[in-house]
Design a protein around this ligand. Sequence first.
Ligand SMILES: Nc1ncnc2c1ncn2[C@@H]1O[C@H](COP(=O)(O)OP(=O)(O)OP(=O)(O)O)[C@@H](O)[C@H]1O
Length: 920
Amino acid sequence: MNKQDYLIYLTDKYQQIDTLDEATCSFATTQSISENVGKKSNVVNHHLNNLFKEKELIKINTKPVYFIPVSILPKLIGSFPEKEMYDSFEELLEESGESDVLEQLIGSKHSLKTVLKQGKIALSYPPKGMPFLLTGPTGSGKTYLVKQFYQYAVDTSLLEKDAPFSIFNCAEYADNPELLSSKLFGYKKGSFTGADRDQKGLLELSDGGLLFIDEVHRLSPESQEKLFYFIDEGRFKPLGENEHWKQAEVRLMFATTENIGDYLLDTFTRRIPIVAKVPSLDERGTKEKREFLYYFLKQEAKQIGKNLKIEKNLFTFMITYQFKGNVGELANLVRYICGNAYVRQLDEDELTISITDLPERLKKQAVQLVDLYNKEVLEIKTTGQVIDPGYFSQRDMLEQMYDELRLIGDVMLKGNLSFSRWLNGSFEEIERHLDKFKEDILIDKILEVKLQYLIDEVTQIMYESHQIEILPEIKTIVLTYLELLISQDQASDYELKEPIAYNRIYLEKMPYINKQVGLFVYLLNEISDLSDIYFTEWDYFVLQTILSYYNRLKHKDQINGVVICHGSSTASSIAETANIMIGQKVYQGIDMSLEVSFKEIIKKLQRYLSLHETGNGTIILIDIGHTQDLKEALQDRLDGPIAIIDNVSTKLALDVGFKIINRENIEYIVEEATRHHVSQYALFEPDKKRPPALIISCQTGMGTAKKLQEVMNEHLPKDLNLELVTTDYQHLKKMKNNTTMFSRYDIIGIFGTTDPHVESVPYIGLDDVMSQDGLKHLTRIFGQYLSTEEIQGLNNGMMKTLSLENLVTMLSILNPEKTIELISEMIDYWELTFKIKIPNNLKTALYIHISCMIERVITRTYVEDEHIDRELFIQEHSFFIQTIKKGLETFESVYHVEVDLGEIAYLHQLFQLNLIGFAY
Ligand SMILES: Nc1ncnc2c1ncn2[C@@H]1O[C@H](COP(=O)(O)OP(=O)(O)OP(=O)(O)O)[C@@H](O)[C@H]1O
């Protein structure tokens, strides 16, 4: 490697990250580079220092030193550096004044992403912003966020540099509404006893700035009314003032820990178009909790002026502990333990913080979780450097796994290993490492649940829209792998050359697997709110190996053989002997030891068979009886015929086994076998009945369909044997009953926002359910499944949950009432001008569609409809465009936006599809 190669190497690594700190940049030290490229550290050091002298690199002068290519800095911090060397990453970031304070917040790209986006919209909304309400539990950081929003507004010149910023906490005056009102609006001399001069209120004092009203649910109705008058008109009257109005231009932010509907006047909340939720600390996940811990510990180290060492046990405890008081409580706890450690070790140069420093009530809980063998400590330096030895163990684990996979892969690439042996070997390595990971590493429960849900959703879509079935076994192992990927916090910088070669082989041998994995990754990132999960070639390789392995297992084109015997190893030894003598795996042995119930055996058998293609048939060799039990357990689970032969012996297993690999017909095999043995057989076809299902499909998209599925699920009796399956509307409309759903399920009806017209399948519209005749319509579909009372319950439940307001809330970041009002005005206008009566189904579709559109327009994410010919559309539908635009006028002026032509074309489609003979 020459000097330039090192520069390329580093630049490449920095391309893959988006934050600058010790943990993320651990690849950029001499030591790490030397280990990764396999060159001696003095050689690496020599080249790096030359690059530094030539001003190609800058240094972060901590121990160890970190190197950063100058050319990458504009991408990372928005500008070129002013110096060649910095004492810490913090110093570099401070100097760069990184463009946006909000982006530097912990969780800005994850848990706070939506809140920040909403806050920015609220602040920058012309001409003077929109009122903004934050909800969230105590200590979650609402006040802290508002302070950052203020800073953001100043930094981006939305507010003047010295614009006033005030915080007003209503709870402090909750017992004295008069006083509260006077603080907020001011008072006039003589307006009450003791008012001996005019006094300005906070509104006036905040003119040109930002006023944050905390615990707003404690505001009296009178003050709420005065405030909303101020929001509407920009003016107010101080207490005791009857004549003159005062004016002020103030951006308002509110916060509450309560459910707003319970406390605030409707008229007041309607004036707050944007409501955002700040997540609790638990909802923010382990990764962010860890970042908070680092952050607060660094602050303490700096303040105390001593390096900190913190026991790993204590650190782990704090990550797993549920802080009811959220970030605030976590911050206090860190301060507390550091304070304790400080007092204990006044004379020491550095502080060691241990479980003894916890408050009593936590100490007891913590010691129960302590791993006595873990003596690791984490170090936090006053410079801000963090040394967390265990932190990269997940990454090490991944890299060890890659090492093993590379060893097997090398043999295969040299031509010394067949494809299938390579595949099996690789799979076993992956499985072994993931098992180890599960044992060793603390699993983040919340993340696990989220991921599980996500994988279920993705695999369901894969099944429903693409007929790809992902086995439960695959889901479990993929879940663990994703946990490992996400918890390592940073993409591995492991060499990618080999997996590229391996993936090419997959593409050649099993192209459909490559496609499936591509789709899986795509959907995962589409649906996930975990921010993008970055997949390297290694990850693709691992996922393809997992899928291919199970796929081959499942599609072995032969009859399945199973041996079941009493005794702790009789069955497995017969199976093994037969397999060896036959020369391939024909049988799976299932031992029936005395301690295990037959139920367990059945479960084992079912699990085994679920992994295999059973369409070709299954032969079960058993020692005695159980024919009826087996029949019952398997009958509705398997796809092909099932034969059960009793009196199993090795000889019988061999006779049958050879016939199996000869691909002989199952009936013939069992007849022949019993003729030559003292065995009897039972042969039966499965009577697999298709389960009944209701399709949910919406023209407005899969998102709405999923929501409707949730709502309906909630109100159906829990023991009802009916699946609710969602599918893409366009696909259904085109393919009708040729979709796999119709072969897998007995479809009893379709529920949605628009009828896809599938012959002989009843359709029920969302608007039907919402109409007066809802009960009648539901009976049409559910009549033979539910009792009259149950249908009534379903109808009432859905009406309640699916009020238009809720529907719109599901779809909109804005105040639902306001949105509904706006849309209703638009619809009235269009009905009048087009001289039509818009039917209910189109109305519902319009409400849903337009609230989505408002969101798109406000957040400036336009639909790009390439299918329309803009010129032609303008020519042919000028009246339509004009009328729609006119209807949208109020909306456009309230929000200072312009709805573009793509959206109008979209609306046009909606009108045309739903109104027969619509002429415009
Ligand atoms: N993102 C953050 N980064 C650093 N410190 C934070 C962050 N969020 C919150 N804090 C700290 O946590 C503590 C509690 O935050 P804050 O007072 O903003 O919470 P809150 O939601 O307003 O609580 P409450 O509802 O009880 O008023 C404060 O000390 C704050 O500095």
